[in-house]
Ligand binder design. Sequence first.
Ligand code: ZN
Length: 61
Amino acid sequence: MPTPTPASAARALGCALNQIGWCIRCRTPCQRYGGGGNPLCKDCQREKTVVNGRKKSSAVS
Ligand SMILES: [Zn+2]
């Protein structure tokens, strides 16, 4: 798997290059700054949501 560069991440995310930063969890380039920026990349955001969801619905299993 090729390592994403900030430039390719900016193009993929449709944001400016200066809004790109590294995910605090997995170090993947992601949109950290500006509107909609997040210190976590999309994968880690989703993972966090899943973990939170699992914790909330732990009574199911
Ligand atoms: Zn991440």
